[in-house]
Design a protein around this ligand. Structure first.
Ligand SMILES: *[C@@H]1O[C@H](CO)[C@@H](O)[C@H](O)[C@H]1NC(C)=O
Ligand SMILES: *[C@@H]1O[C@H](CO)[C@@H](O)[C@H](O)[C@H]1NC(C)=O
Ligand SMILES: *[C@@H]1O[C@H](CO)[C@@H](O)[C@H](O)[C@H]1NC(C)=O
Length: 526
């Protein structure tokens, strides 16, 4: 089980190395100016739309683009929380308005949350925690709106330029695992391990093995006892010159080994068991080493830029963007095998889900509409991150998001809810006559239905929208953006359409005005 969660764990450990800044700059030429943007409004006050960002480059980029669209196209102020969440549960509690307290855990004092949206949450294994948070309020707090469009992927990668070179010079298709069979001499396209500066490698002796028992499965699958050492009762990879684990097909002649790098962080070498299995089972001549750090700053990040080698990577991500990394195609992911620690198939992709505060329905239904329409493809995200300058500064990522929006208008335009396709809680409103209307006209926009009315969904030739209707006599509505009217309480009435509040039956009896709860009590008392 541990090994099956190691995928998400790697991603989780990478969380939080980027902090988001709000630049206050304008990106799009026809942006709604800041002075004309509105805030969200509840009974307790006004506030910007709060955005929670998990800190990985893909989420920082997609959140920056979302924030630009909400501010400049939808016209609502956005606040991006600079805190760096530790995990998805943290996001649940943040959206619920809770604070983490070192001594007493999560403190949820019933405060209204100022965080409303997270664009890429990893939900698997987190359902129980979500249910716990939703149980804190009748009707729930968080809604999972479905996928943001792309999934996260991980695996062995090779650069686009090496793929081109091997195809031209050897007719080898390096994007495909079969091309790495030793019979086809794939190592000719790569650096030799003797050419790699070993001072950039983390020696094998320092590799922490996340789940040593998984190496039992390596032995079972391959019978390759020569590839293993025994230490403290468990197996370890047996290393060549302190730095390289050699796969069986190049162990006798290391000039035939393809150098491959994975990252070593928090003391662990990532996916060593998986890479060893794939190399041995598919007869890939490979020498596996570890580079320090999985994020920026370590040798892991720099080695694939320096040498022609394979590298373990994940995405969409900014780290190796300049190499145009291509994920090597292995057999289609077999989850049942992965649960048994058999890793010869590809690792499953991880869906990213959008979380939204339930009250967004009332506060900003057009934002909810935008969230439901978002459909980022992994290629879009990579393309966006590819616009970044040479650094990983959040302001550069904001610029990358802005450049992507400027050059991909057709894609995001389809995500913007039509100005007069209203959502539940809203109604069509004419800017020309300053009144709510029952059909779309040139100047029609959407506005929250005022007290005394409710929002009804309707369809016309253009599609679905909503209109505000007055509450019927006998019903009333005191709130904005309601979708129903409430029946009057016993003893109260609303004699007119569009009532916002209640009247009591008042009868003059012996020159005293009396309030009665119902007509029958009136009859009884008189
Ligand atoms: C944590 O909670 C305790 C009481 O539950 C409180 O006294 C303390 O100030 C809180 N600490 C922080 C950092 O909020
Ligand atoms: C190897 O790398 C180290 C540290 O990065 C550097 O000091 C050294 O000069 C390099 N050696 C060679 C031969 O390039
Ligand atoms: C090792 O492999 C290289 C490249 O395939 C080859 O040129 C060399 O002759 C081999 N050496 C031995 C000892 O087999």
């Amino acid at each position: 089980m541990l090994s099956t969660v190691s995928g998400p764990l790697l991603l989780a450990f990478l969380l939080g190395w980027l902090v988001v800044v709000s630049t206050g700059e304008q990106c799009l030429p026809y942006a709604i100016p800041p002075a004309e943007r509105r805030s969200l409004q509840s009974d307790t006050g006004t506030f910007p739309l709060g955005l929670w960002v998990n800190g990985n480059s893909h989420d920082v980029g997609v959140s920056a683009a979302f924030s630009i669209l909400v501010e400049e196209i939808v016209g609502i102020h956005v606040f991006t929380d600079p805190r760096r969440p530790k995990n998805v549960k943290h996001a649940f509690y943040a959206i619920a308005g809770c604070e983490e307290n070192a001594t007493s855990g999560w403190v949820c004092e019933g405060k209204e949350s100022r965080i409303h949206v997270m664009l890429s949450a990893y939900m698997l294994y987190n359902e129980d925690e979500l249910a716990a948070v939703n149980r804190m309020r009748m009707g729930g707090i968080i809604t999972v709106l479905g996928s943001v469009g792309y999934s996260l992927f991980e695996g062995l990668h090779v650069s686009q330029s090496l793929i081109a070179k091997a195809w031209e010079t050897q007719g080898l298709a390096l994007e495909y695992y079969r091309s790495y069979h030793y019979n086809q001499n794939p190592s000719a396209a790569f650096n030799k391990i003797s050419e790699v500066n070993t001072s950039d490698l983390v020696p094998c002796a320092e590799w922490g093995i996340y789940s040593p028992h998984v190496l039992d499965m390596y032995l079972k699958l391959t019978g390759d006892l020569d590839g293993l050492d025994v230490a403290d009762g468990s197996f370890r990879p047996r290393c060549h010159q302190q730095n390289w684990w050699l796969s069986p097909t190049c162990r006798s002649n290391t000039t035939e080994c393809i150098p491959c790098i994975t990252c070593v962080t928090w003391g662990y070498i990532w996916y060593v068991e998986e890479i060893m299995q794939k190399a041995a089972v598919f007869s890939i001549p490979m020498a596996l080493a570890g580079g320090s750090g999985c994020g920026p700053g370590g040798s892991f990040e720099k080695l694939p830029l320096t040498y022609d080698m394979l590298f373990y990577s994940w995405g969409p991500d900014i780290t190796f963007q300049s190499l145009q990394p291509v994920k090597i195609i292995f057999p289609v992911s077999n989850q049942m095998e992965h649960e048994q620690n058999i890793f010869t198939s590809a690792r499953a992709e991880i869906d990213q889900e959008i979380l939204a505060h339930l009250d967004l329905q009332q506060w900003a239904p057009e934002v909810l509409g935008l969230l439901k329409n978002l459909n980022w493809q992994a290629d879009d995200v990579s393309d966006m991150l590819g616009h970044h300058a040479s650094s990983m500064e959040p302001s550069d990522i904001w610029q990358a998001a802005c450049t992507w929006l400027q050059t991909n208008e057709a894609t995001w335009k389809s995500w913007i809810p039509s100005r007069n396709s209203c959502y539940a809680g809203q109604g069509m409103y004419s800017e020309a006559t300053q009144a709510f209307v029952q059909e779309r006209q040139a100047e029609t926009i959407c506005q929250p239905c005022p007290p005394g009315t409710y929002s009804a969904l309707v369809s016309d030739k253009i599609g679905d929208t909503a209109e505000c209707r007055q509450c019927e006599p006998g019903f009333r509505q005191a709130s904005y953006a309601a979708v129903t009217c409430d029946p009057c309480l016993a003893g109260t009435f609303a004699s007119q359409k569009g009532s916002t509040s209640l009247s009591f039956y008042r009868f003059r009896h012996k020159n005293v005005f009396m309030r009665f709860q119902s007509l029958s009590t009136v009859a009884h008392r008189m």
